[in-house]
Design a protein around this ligand. Structure first.
Ligand code: FAD
Length: 452
């Protein structure tokens, strides 16, 4: 019988790899995990966590004005960017250490360095080699910049958290959730912000009402948009003190804007290049590791989870895939996770959240059996705080029994509300279940119980 150094070797200590390695170790497996950067991965080090802290920071700029309506006189504040940036990094490093301690407590051996395949059972990290009965690839993804002139002057989301100076004039290229979130953050922190998008509205793939309501809210916060931009025409030129972005807008007119920093939020791709996957004969399709429902690759002892498989690229999904793998292979309780009805949020300003189908997708699938309940109102908070902020909520149902297919929301606390409400969709609940649930007053969420 062949003997291996480890039962399981995990490549990548991000959301998925950490969850899988610890769970496998609880079943008695001898586990090692290789990490080339800081333990924690994209979410903890340069994604969800530092981003959400920046979202919180960006909300404070509204407080003096909003508080004035409630009788408070609060002088307008001033952002100390370096203080915010450093505080976020301190928190990120605290979490990094915490995750290392969790690995130690779980008896998972941490091996520092980037790993690559030597053969189907052997991995090299630097000049050391390790063999394992099974290997789990959890290497995540990285930002992908388009191949356009001057793109090297644009930064990616990773550098957003480490900017030496706060950019007073800031542009985002791309209309996806990451670009949209950073546009809101930087505007809230006081920058002049322009978002340049190829489509006619941001957040392609989301419900159309979500897209337009978020974009309208952003415009009312003073964000400038260039829509329908010919992305092939876009170039960036560097000068001594700033950058010029040139492009043809949706009407075919040549445009130029000068900014201090450009963020290219133009998509992400699996982080596969350094892995030498060909040494292990692992199949890659459209730039992502091809896996079956149980996250197994074409090699029966090699698995892949998280963003490197490009299924649904969110932290809770990577974690769930990792745990399902460990439970199936080491816990002997086979289970798969469902990739449908995954709730997701956009921490834009206004915030958006969704679960289940958009109205457009529901109509594609179920035609005129679909019914939509919709409401738009000014949340009570703003009755004294002033401003035009509105909340939009939408309930998408199908058939006589009005089974809930999707919930969409834009506005204050959308993510918190939709996370709770997502249970209705996963449980196959109907409109009558919401009608039979007593409203909680006065809240915004109660509108989902009282829609007519
Ligand atoms: P990762 O967390 O990326 O971990 C992969 C790890 O593998 C990394 O630490 C990397 O250094 C390491 N690695 C790579 N190659 C090697 C190698 N060869 N050897 C050793 N180590 C290697 N998701 C949400 O759910 N909510 C959010 O609000 C959210 N916000 C985001 C904001 C931003 C700006 C970004 C970029 C992403 C955000 N995401 C969010 C997505 C989320 O971060 C990812 O879906 C999640 O981190 C994927 O986990 P993973 O385990 O697949 O990979």
């Amino acid at each position: 019988m062949t003997s291996f150094d480890y039962d399981l070797f995990v490549i990548g200590a991000g959301s998925g790899g950490l969850a899988a390695s610890k769970r496998a170790a609880t079943f008695g497996a001898k586990v090692a995990i290789a990490e080339g950067d800081l333990v924690g991965g994209t979410c903890v080090i340069r994604g969800c966590v530092p981003k959400k802290l920046m979202v919180y920071a960006s909300h404070f700029s509204h407080f003096p004005q909003e508080a004035a309506g409630y009788g408070w006189e609060i002088p307008a504040g001033k952002l100390d960017w370096s203080k915010l940036r450093d505080a976020i990094q301190t928190e990120v490093l605290r979490l990094n250490k915490l995750h290392i301690s969790f690995l130690e407590k779980s008896n998972v051996e941490l091996i520092s360095g980037f790993a690559k395949f030597v053969d189907a059972h052997t991995v090299a990290v630097g000049d050391r080699q390790f063999t394992a009965e099974r290997i789990l690839i959890a290497v995540g993804g990285e930002a992908a910049k388009p191949n356009l002139a001057g793109m090297e002057y644009a930064i990616t989301s990773k550098e957003m958290f480490l900017l030496p100076q706060f950019p007073q004039r800031f542009a985002v290229i791309g209309g996806g959730y990451i670009g949209t979130e950073f546009a809101g953050i930087m505007r809230g922190l006081g920058a002049e912000v322009t978002q340049i998008i190829r489509d006619h509205s941001i957040l392609k793939g989301f419900d159309n009402d979500v897209r337009t309501n978020v974009q309208e809210g952003m415009v009312s916060h003073g964000i400038n948009f260039h829509i329908g931009v010919d992305s092939e025409s876009l170039t960036i030129a560097k000068h001594e003190n700033d950058l010029t972005i040139s492009f043809n807008d949706g009407d075919g007119n040549a445009q130029q804007i000068n900014v201090d920093t450009v963020l290219a939020a133009t998509g992400r791709k699996p982080n596969l290049a350094p892995l030498s996957l060909e040494q292990a004969g692992i199949e890659v399709v459209n730039g992502a590791i091809a896996v079956k429902e149980d996250s197994c690759t074409n090699q029966p002892h090699i698995y892949a989870i998280g963003d490197c498989t490009n299924r649904v690229n969110l932290t809770p999904v990577a974690i769930a895939e990792g745990r399902a793998f460990a439970d199936t292979v080491y816990g002997h309780t086979p289970r798969f996770i469902s990739h449908t009805n995954i709730p997701s949020a956009v921490f834009s300003q206004p915030e958006a959240a969704t679960v289940g189908l958009s109205e457009e997708k529901a109509r594609d699938l179920y035609g005129d059996r679909v019914k939509v309940y919709k409401t738009k109102f000014r949340p009570m908070f703003y009755s004294l705080a002033g401003g035009e902020a509105k909340t939009m909520m939408k309930l998408i149902v199908v058939g006589e029994e009005e089974r809930v297919l999707g919930l969409q929301m834009v506005g204050k606390d959308a993510a918190e509300i939709i996370q709770g409400m997502s249970l209705v969709v996963t449980m196959g609940g109907c409109k009558k279940d919401l009608d039979n649930t007593m409203a909680m007053h006065p809240t915004a969420a109660e509108e989902f119980m009282t829609m007519r």
